[in-house]
Ligand binder design. Structure first.
Ligand code: RDL
Ligand code: RDL
Ligand code: RDL
Length: 156
């Protein structure tokens, strides 16, 4: 038995059930890992959810947030993002921040696809960091990887 525990924090504000996608992806990548899910109303509630998950034993957390189109929403994201970084620094634990910005595209199907792809790829990143440690992504360094989009690619 493993004692790896992953935290998944998501919101009711999101228009895609990214928490479910994260749970499925983490389960597929690390079938022996345990997952604790915590759903909150919106992005500004994610930092404390992440902190509680870590305090309750999670080895790493993924948060899945959706940012609306207005200036006010973007200020909310900035506040949430600073909160999430603060949690990481307070706890020395990774909190992988999956964020979808509703103005990334006008096309709602495309937005859904961006959300699904970003949630999946960052879930895999979380498993690698938690299970395999700090060198797990080094083989991919400098490759111009993107989440939600085609990879940008390497220049050198
Ligand atoms: O604590 C309750 C709410 O304040 C909190 O859930 C906020 O994150 C809600 N919220 C906003 O107030 C806002 O102006 C959200 C957004 N914008 C947003 O773009 N995305 C959210 N929440 O998930
Ligand atoms: O925790 C997972 C991601 O949130 C985190 O890796 C971010 O740093 C990814 N990221 C963005 O979300 C973004 O909007 C990056 C950029 N822009 C960027 O310009 N350069 C990055 N990451 O290295
Ligand atoms: O090059 C196109 C995109 O990568 C760029 O527009 C990013 O800023 C888009 N993006 C976000 O806005 C974000 O909140 C990305 C992430 N998160 C992310 O985690 N990974 C990305 N892009 O590749």
């Amino acid at each position: 038995m493993t004692d790896r525990i992953y935290g998944v924090a998501d919101t009711t504000f999101s228009r895609v059930n990214m928490g479910e996608i994260a749970v499925k992806t983490i389960t597929k990548e690390d079938p022996e890992g345990k997952i604790i899910r915590y759903t909150v109303p919106g992005i500004k509630d994610l930092p404390v959810a992440a902190k509680k998950l870590i305090e309750e034993g999670c080895d790493g957390v993924i948060t899945l947030g959706w940012v609306g189109k207005t200036q006010l929403d973007k200020y909310s994201y900035l506040a949430a993002s600073i909160g999430l970084i603060t949690v990481q620094l307070m706890t020395s634990t990774h909190v992988i921040d999956v964020t979808i910005h509703e103005d990334e595209t006008e096309d709602e199907e495309r937005l859904r696809d961006i959300a699904i792809d970003r949630a999946k790829k960052h879930s895999i990143n979380l498993v690698k960091l938690v299970r395999d440690g700090r060198s797990a992504l080094t083989g991919l360094a400098g490759k111009g990887l993107r989440q939600g989009y085609e990879n940008a690619g390497q220049l050198d």
